[in-house]
Design a protein around this ligand. Structure first.
Ligand SMILES: Cc1cc2nc3c(=O)[nH]c(=O)nc-3n(C[C@H](O)[C@H](O)[C@H](O)COP(=O)(O)OP(=O)(O)OC[C@H]3O[C@@H](n4cnc5c(N)ncnc54)[C@H](O)[C@@H]3O)c2cc1C
Length: 520
């Protein structure tokens, strides 16, 4: 995948596309895969990097949502559990099952959670992961040796899926591309064009690298901009009622010493009535999340002080050694694109989790949902879009579509496992030049070849792309990522022909962003 080639395709395309998708997160890229595999001509435009929005900032769980079960939303849980199973089948190099343990400190918790989690397991049917069961106090501590022992009675274990969100996304971009879609990052949609009857028939966009504006026509424009959805809707119709209620969630990342085993902790009820997870992820401990209403979405949201304190104190209630600010290696925030159901009057297709909404201008917006259900959301959306655009009806084929890099035993590639079969290409780079096998930082497993691969084949355009979303350095250890930046800039400069000035600007821009991930 090369950006200049994608841009060339856009410039050469004088006809109307069947569909233009705005937004390169899980939702938009999922729609691009679905549309391309049905044989529709599709263009996706992302204003920043693929996954720059919420889709790189999740808890990284492919899950049915235990908490929806408690709310009695069985249909939603079953749908998500099925998608979880399909995701594991279609991307085994990127999704794995993980044991989650609910520690029990009260007498009623074992029967209550034991029963609920058994139901959760049963609802997955043939898409089931491991079997849930009750654990003795000793077994619980074997799985979670760092758990607070005072008052601990035992635990309940259940299984869910875990993945690397930004990496899955880039493999999805690859998948869409291989199916014929054109996907361009750093291309912001700044306006929508309309036909003589006032219906949206295309977009005005700006290439962020050159500043040049371009136009593209489409039979239908799909707004998959997540928390930014209302902004694009207002471009077409300034008076539309908002449909998104943005809510921020943050995560703190610690070293592996806080969760040395291979199991995660799930706290079903925090003091603010939410679920809290502590999860082993890429050799670190990921703890989150919060749910803080915010006024408006920004592309680089910042964790609030009270959110940080909340996670530290809640984690401290469950861990033998309470983590402190000094232990935090990285902090990141994301924005949930929750849908305000009441605002959506003329809704074309409604599942309880996601919403497909068509404004009177003909702009189609897909909102809500979650990472886990992206494939199902895309299927619904493309069904509706094809009808709206009067395209020939074609069935969805993504149920059993392998995601790029598919590899049944990627574990053999060590830390390159997340690349699936692409790990072979990265190893070849190292075979040709042993220097590329050198680690970029002693605290993280990443090697130079990954930066080369990302710039050459994964449309990585900035130092931040390489450190935040192609590798996950920024999310795992922001201090280490800051130290890696100059070398990454050198490597990328050689690939992308940057001057010394561009290189310095890239490092400075990365430092700016990374400062939000470091706790002072
Ligand atoms: C804290 C947190 C934890 C979560 N954990 C989980 C989890 O464990 N499992 C799970 O299944 N789900 C989880 N979710 C939900 C999941 O992450 C989101 O539902 C999903 O990522 C939303 O994807 P999206 O593509 O709709 O939005 P985004 O990923 O935000 O993508 C929208 C994109 O549109 C782009 N864009 C905006 N305006 C324009 C424009 N004018 N032109 C071009 N591009 C534009 C943005 O740059 C952005 O990249 C979590 C969410 C949060 C906030």
């Amino acid at each position: 995948m090369k950006r200049p080639e994608m841009l060339g395709r856009v410039q050469a395309h004088s006809n109307a596309w069947d569909m233009i998708v705005v937004g390169g997160g899980a939702t938009g890229v999922g729609v691009a895969i679905d549309a391309a595999t049905r044989g529709y001509e599709v263009l996706l435009l992302e204003q920043s990097d693929f996954g720059k929005g919420t889709s790189s900032r999740s808890t990284k769980l492919a899950h049915g949502g235990v908490r929806y079960l408690e709310q009695g939303n069985i249909g939603l849980v079953m749908e998500a559990l099925k998608e979880r199973g399909l995701l594991l089948q279609n991307a085994p190099h990127l999704v794995s099952d993980l044991a989650f343990i609910v520690p029990n400190y009260d007498w009623w918790e074992a029967p209550f959670y034991g029963l609920g989690l058994k139901l959760y397991q049963l609802l997955a049917g043939k898409y089931g992961f491991g079997k849930s069961r009750l654990l003795s106090r000793e077994e619980t501590l074997e799985h979670l040796p760092t758990l607070k022992t005072e008052g601990l009675r035992g635990g309940a274990v259940y299984y869910d899926g875990q993945f690397d969100d930004a990496r899955l996304l880039i493999h999805m971009v690859f998948t869409a591309f291989e199916q014929g879609a054109t996907l361009l990052n750093y291309a912001e949609v700044t306006g929508l064009t309309k036909d003589s009857q006032g219906f949206v028939d295309g977009v005005v966009a700006r290439d962020a690298e050159t500043g040049e504006e371009f136009r593209a026509r489409a039979k239908v424009v799909i707004n998959a901009t997540g928390a930014f959805s209302d902004r694009l809707r207002r471009t077409a119709e300034p008076s539309v009622a908002p449909m998104i209620v943005p809510s921020q969630g943050i995560h703190l990342v610690f070293g592996p010493e806080f969760l040395p085993g291979e199991s995660a902790i799930m706290v079903p009820h925090t003091s603010d009535g939410r679920v809290l997870f502590a999860i082993p992820w890429h050799g670190h401990t990921l703890v989150g999340t919060t749910d803080t209403p915010i006024a408006d979405a920004t592309l680089e949201p910042v964790a609030m002080e009270q959110e940080i304190e909340f996670i530290l104190s809640t984690a401290g209630q469950y861990l033998g050694k309470a983590p402190t600010r000094a232990d935090v290696l990285s902090v990141f925030a994301g924005i949930r694109p929750l849908v305000r159901a009441a605002a959506v009057a003329n809704t074309a297709a409604l599942s309880r989790d996601h919403v497909i909404h068509i404004d009177s201008s003909g702009l189609m917006t897909i909102g809500g949902g979650k990472w886990t259900t992206y494939r199902h959301m895309a299927e619904d959306c493309v069904d509706q879009a094809a009808t709206l655009a009067q395209l020939p009806e074609r069935p969805c084929v993504t149920h059993h579509l392998n995601i790029h890099g598919f590899h049944a035993s990627a574990g053999q590639f060590g830390h390159l496992a997340v690349y699936g079969s692409d790990a072979i290409e990265i190893r070849k780079l190292i075979e040709d030049d042993a220097l590329l096998g050198e680690p970029l930082h002693p605290a993280l497993p990443y090697v130079r070849a990954e930066v080369i691969w990302a710039a050459r084949d994964e449309m990585s355009r900035t130092v931040e792309d390489a450190l935040a979303r192609r590798t996950r350095a920024l999310f795992l250890n922001a201090g280490a990522a800051l130290e890696m930046a100059p070398v990454v800039a050198d490597l990328m400069a050689a690939e992308l022909g940057w001057t010394e000035i561009v290189k310095a600007k890239q490092v400075a821009a990365f430092r700016d962003v990374a400062s939000n991930y470091v706790l002072c």
